[in-house]
Design a protein around this ligand. Structure first.
Ligand SMILES: *Cc1c(COP(=O)(O)O)cnc(C)c1O
Length: 417
């Protein structure tokens, strides 16, 4: 039985009030003594826990480190991550027909995705533990973020990428920031298997979202979003719709809200409903939710234009399934064409995102059409990465330039009335 209860005695291993706990068997571990990714007793996922949980009064400043009271270390390897905009999206709000729609655009982070929030915390923890080489498997954005934060921390970084399936902008970032980039002849899940093995052998420190410290940084998406939504509307959102790859954000947002409940800041009934969206060609979590299964089964073959969520086994599913179920949420699959349509709709509201991000809006549209999301709901869609991450997908979704003769009249003619 998964136990996500935050209250309980603080174990002796805690350092500065911080410890790791297994979400299945409850076993606890020291946080910074050595690299620890999974429960040594039962192999399940770990979660960072604290001696004390905090409400909004404890937070000051801006960005991820505004929330330092809720984080395992006091400061990070930082390039000013977080403090991303919460946009209105009037065209989509009208067309979809919900009471309120905001877009939390995590593409506005320093390297263009939410992964920065995890890395500012995770790379600092790596320094504290005293590890050498940092590594990740990545569909692209994790490698871009890790290479930038690794460079900032003056650490060697190794990134494993699925060959031929990483968008151009992300490759360029990892390359310029100086990561050792290896393209594996396999998919993301294969890359993660290999890098996990390297981590087990002590060769590298793993900074995938299996790493519970990374999710602490990503938790600040949820904290920041609630504060912004309340500032803008006076209310809390009813529902959050987000793309799901490894389901790290699904787990991290749920943790943010559980901690606010534990701190007495919000009521259990005020926790927003978490609604996950996957691409139809990579939808193992959706399958488990639809079949009311206790486990997620890996899809050996995955395919989607939304390469950031081209993942056959979301490693955080043991956290994400309870997150969705306990908040009364659901999960839905959308086709690549639905994703591209949503990417165009966001663009019409001036918001540029990469395909995986648009999955959130595509999912909202689909569930609203099906009547599963109500017209009275206040919704936030999470957009996870910037348009420029995948320039090829953007160009394909948009229009082609026209070549004209070098003259004013030719330009006027071609531009039309
Ligand atoms: C990493 C990533 C995702 C997947 O997020 P999870 O937390 O692993 O579910 C979605 N969109 C983009 C753009 C990403 O980079």
């Amino acid at each position: 039985m998964t136990d996500l209860s935050l209250s309980g005695p603080v174990p002796d291993e805690a350092e500065d009030g911080v410890y790791l706990a297994c979400i299945e068997c409850g076993e606890t571990f020291a946080p910074f003594a050595e690299p620890t990714y999974e429960c040594a007793a039962c192999g399940s996922l770990l979660e960072v826990r604290y001696d004390e949980y905090h409400g909004f009064d404890s937070f000051a400043g801006a960005g991820v480190w505004r929330y330092d009271a809720a984080l395992p270390v006091d400061d990070g390897v930082s390039i000013d991550e977080g403090n991303t905009p919460l946009y209105e999206a009037p065209t989509i709000e009208d067309e979809v027909g919900v009471a309120d729609l905001r877009i939390k655009h995590e593409g506005m982070n320093p390297t263009g995705s939410f992964k920065d929030r995890g890395m500012t915390v995770g790379v600092r923890v790596a320094e504290r533990i005293g590890v050498g080489r940092l590594a990740c498997a990545s569909t692209g954005n994790t490698s871009a973020a890790l290479s930038a934060y690794g460079a900032r921390a003056d650490k060697e970084t190794l990134v494993l990428l699925p060959e031929g399936k990483v968008a151009a902008g992300k490759l360029a970032q990892a390359s310029l920031h100086g990561a050792t980039m290896l393209e594996v002849e396999g998919n993301f899940d294969d890359c993660l298997d290999i890098v996990s093995e390297l981590a087990d052998r002590g060769e590298v420190y793993l900074l995938n979202s299996l790493n519970p410290f990374r999710l602490e940084g990503q938790k600040t998406i949820g904290l920041e979003m609630l504060e912004q939504f309340r500032d803008q509307t006076g209310d809390l959102p009813d529902r959050i719709v987000l793309p799901v790859g490894n389901a790290g954000n699904t787990a991290a947002l749920h943790k943010a809200f559980r901690e606010l409940v534990e701190a007495g800041e919000i009521e259990e009934s005020e926790v927003p409903t978490l609604t996950g969206v996957q691409a139809a060609g990579a939808a193992p979590l959706v399958e488990a939710v639809e079949e009311e299964a206790d486990e997620v089964t890996r899809w050996a073959e995955v395919e989607t234009r939304a390469t950031a969520i081209r993942i056959g086994e979301p490693v955080n599913w043991p956290k994400a399934l309870p997150a969705i179920r306990q908040t009364g949420g659901t999960a839905v699959a959308v086709t690549d064409d639905e994703i591209t349509d949503a990417q165009r709709s966001l663009a019409e509201d001036g918001i540029g995102v990469e395909p995986a991000s648009a999955a959130s809006v595509a999912g909202l549209r689909k569930l609203r059409d099906a009547g599963e999301i109500g017209a009275d709901e206040q919704v936030v869609c999470l957009t996870t990465g910037h348009l420029l991450k995948d320039p090829d997908a953007a160009a394909e979704a948009g229009t082609d330039p026209q070549t004209v003769e070098n003259s004013v009249s030719a330009v006027l003619d071609a531009a039309g009335d």
